[in-house]
Design a binder for this molecule. Structure first.
Ligand code: ATP
Length: 353
């Protein structure tokens, strides 16, 4: 067991529903373990600026159901510099912070590694609606965002049915199509286009034309924002080639807000408690992940490499530097993830008409 005087908790990068539940779980687990907690406002920027408050259990009361993050979030370029890092470390020392739980995405985890190498123990928790962190099956906020999307698409579909229209709906996810695939499946989209899977436009248009000829009146197409410069043009081509009046809708930031679902509240709470437990065990430079329904941890460097491998960003030279058994483990995670994604995509295709 490592002796901690205080730990800090912060949220960084894009906000996500469920972050508050994680902050609450971290705070209360640490307090129960007899360790004080600093709530750090505004991510790493706030850490450098010493913008923090000693939290009691009361400070996190009533937030489990709230979207956004009570700790606010920010992006900080200065933190990435040596001078910024030195500032952050000095603030940690001044405030007796020996460990930090950082909730955010891969950028946040890189920052956590940098702090860890300078003597502050760190644990990352994946918080982003995009589910685009390849080392974990699940990121906090994903379920809430998808539920928001399906509620909105269901409404759009009602009006499509009334007017015999097609609506091409662009959803968030950055470069990952996870939100698009699952919400497309769940709303009966006639086609789903994402950046990472080749899209057969000709057969999608053919499906719409045939279905219209068979009397179908509503057509929903879900496009991931990762499929760049596509959705608006595709809307025009659907109308031109099928005669079905077509509209384009970008759902936008409404997807990032709202009260977290049960899935997000529970996962965030489990991850928050687990993160504190790992810190207290003396672990550092790790990220909490969900793998096959279990909460586990992974070294941040390993997790970031899984991500690069999955996204095809790792060069052969880089691969050669990784121990073969580690590379094999990374490849296994990537294959599992890709298989799950393709299963969902294919089921959506089979069940849509
Ligand atoms: P999201 O996926 O929602 O964008 P993120 O955590 O990836 O979340 P970033 O903006 O990439 O969001 O990172 C959050 C913050 O983490 C940055 O503003 C910066 O302060 C810090 N950070 C990012 N990359 C690094 C890095 N390479 N080294 C140190 N700190 C970093």
């Amino acid at each position: 067991m490592t002796e901690f005087r205080r730990i800090g908790v912060l949220t960084s990068g894009g906000d996500a529903p469920g972050m508050n539940a994680a902050v609450r779980a971290v705070t209360r687990s640490a307090l129960l373990g007899g360790v004080e907690v600093m709530g750090i406002y505004g991510g790493y920027q706030g850490l450098m600026e010493d913008d923090m408050k000693l939290f009691t259990s009361k400070d996190v009361a009533g937030i489990v159901s709230h979207g956004g993050t009570i700790l606010y979030s920010a992006r900080s370029e200065e933190f990435k510099t040596e001078a910024g890092m030195a500032k952050a470390i000095a603030v940690c020392r001044k405030n007796h912070i020996d460990g930090i739980v950082a909730i955010g995405g891969d950028g946040t985890f890189r920052g956590a590694t940098d702090l860890s190498t300078r003597g502050i123990k760190t644990v990352g928790i994946p918080g982003t609606i995009d589910n685009d962190i390849s080392s974990t099956d699940y990121t906090i906020g994903f379920d809430t965002a998808m539920n928001t999307v399906i509620q909105l698409i269901d409404k759009i579909r009602d009006t499509c049915e009334s007017h015999a229209r097609c609506d091409v709906v662009e959803v968030m996810g950055r470069n990952a199509g996870d939100i698009a695939i699952q919400t497309g499946l769940a709303t009966g989209a006639v086609a789903i286009a994402v950046g990472e899977i080749p899209f057969d436009e000709k057969s999608a248009i053919e499906r719409i034309r045939n279905a219209r000829n068979n009397g179908k009146r509503n057509f929903i197409v879900v496009v991931a924002e990762g499929k760049k410069n596509f959705a608006e043009g595709f809307t025009e081509r659907i109308e031109a080639q099928t005669g079905v009046e077509s509209r384009f809708t970008r759902l936008g930031h409404v997807q990032r807000g709202g009260s977290p679902t049960l899935r997000d509240r529970v996962t965030a709470s489990l991850m928050g408690e687990y993160a504190v437990d790992k810190l207290f065990q003396g672990m550092s430079d790790i990220v909490v992940c969900e793998r096959n329904s279990n909460i586990v941890s992974m070294n941040i460097g390993f997790a970031l490499n899984v991500d690069r491998l999955f996204k095809g960003k790792m060069t052969d030279e880089e691969k050669a530097k990784i121990a073969p058994e580690d590379l094999a483990k990374m490849e296994e995670i990537c294959i599992e993830r890709q298989t799950k994604k393709m299963q969902l995509y294919n089921t959506a295709k089979i069940t849509c008409l």
